[in-house]
Design a protein around this ligand. Structure first.
Ligand code: A3P
Length: 318
């Protein structure tokens, strides 16, 4: 498969915003373009293509798909808890990103042969996550009866969360750009796994056409009524939980509990990115964008949201 790679010197942050999109988001300061989407570097894209070429989901697999910073870590904990009775102990001792490994960042990065076979211990259920767009991964996902859970989040909070997350990377040079520049790149679609809108719409369309296969939920819906959504998720996965069990899962996976667990407070995740474990827990709120984005940028993102989501019948994101 062919892909192109664009490099940029991240210290030259003085580039005018009107210049052609320059991918600044990540070290090593480059992103690779494939099938209409941007991937954070050619190594990442190679691993992504390995997943596309080799990953054969089993019928009891659960694939958590998301655009970065939309609630992946939260959903990992919830899905793991719903499907594993011993989840409390596991969550105390393991970062959610290790309990539910990323196909492209961990599984195929550490073992080119792919994941271990399902084990009887968990009734044959394996849970993976991916940021790979549906438009790129659909062949794999539809090759078995595996279930897909997709979480999304409003675009303004997503870009703010991503901006802070990238800034926390120890390999990322000190604040090379502003939040407004980040939002500008986001709007241009030049963002890891972006464009955001096409990413969301790809999975949403499939969830509408095939609701038994793809469960689509928003971060805001989960925040609004987490217990009801945990019960819906459990039902979808074929392992229903009662009110009390749902309450306990929600409590154990809450932002307060997870962010204060010792295992999530220290150490690094994905050493090649130098990301601290705690960088997956910042504020966990809805609407934090209002503290960072100018009224003009809010209007620009809202206009884009109307154009991309509302015109496609998805009345979400403003
Ligand atoms: P903020 O940066 O807005 O705080 P991802 O897991 O996809 O990388 O998304 C990270 C975002 O989800 C961060 O948002 C993080 O704080 C928030 N988050 C992590 N765990 C959460 C939880 N248990 N409940 C709610 N939000 C959570």
């Amino acid at each position: 498969m062919e892909f192109s790679q664009h490099s940029a010197n991240i210290s030259s942050s003085s580039s005018p915003l009107s210049s052609p999109p320059v991918p600044f988001w990540w070290q090593p300061s480059q992103q690779a373009h494939f099938n209409g989407f941007w991937f954070p570097g050619s190594d990442n894209l190679r691993r992504t293509l390995k997943v596309v070429d080799s990953f054969k989901p089993q019928s009891r697999d659960v694939i958590l798909a998301s655009f970065p910073k939309t609630g992946t870590t939260w959903l990992k904990s919830l899905l793991y808890s719903i499907t594993h009775s011993s989840s409390l102990d596991s969550l105390n001792h393991n970062h959610p990103h290790l309990l539910v490994p990323s196909l492209e960042l961990l599984v195929f990065a550490t073992n080119p042969a792919g994941p271990a076979a399902p084990s009887d211990e968990t009734g044959g259920t394996r849970i993976f996550n991916t940021h790979i767009p549906y438009q790129v991964l659909s062949g794999n996902l539809n090759s078995s009866d595996c279930k897909v859970v997709y979480v999304t989040r409003n675009p303004k909070d997503t870009v703010i969360s991503l901006f802070h997350y990238v800034k926390k990377s120890k390999t990322f040079e000190e604040a090379p750009w502003t939040v407004e520049e980040a939002a500008d790149q986001f709007c241009k679609g030049v963002v890891p796994y972006g464009p955001y809108y096409e990413h969301v719409l790809g999975y949403r369309k499939e969830s509408l056409e095939n609701p038994q296969k793809v469960f689509f939920v928003t971060y805001e819906e989960l925040k609004g009524d987490p217990i009801a959504h945990v019960k819906r998720l459990a039902e979808f996965l074929g392992c229903p939980v009662g009110e009390e069990a749902a309450e306990e899962i929600v409590r154990r996976c809450s932002f307060g509990e997870l962010s204060n667990a010792a295992v999530n407070k220290s150490g690094d995740m994905f050493t090649w990115l130098g990301l601290p474990n705690n960088s997956f827990f910042r504020k966990g709120e809805v609407g934090d964008y209002a503290n960072f984005l100018s009224p003009e940028t809010i209007r620009r993102i809202d206009d884009l949201t109307v154009d991309k989501f509302h015109k496609a019948g998805f009345m979400y994101g403003i």
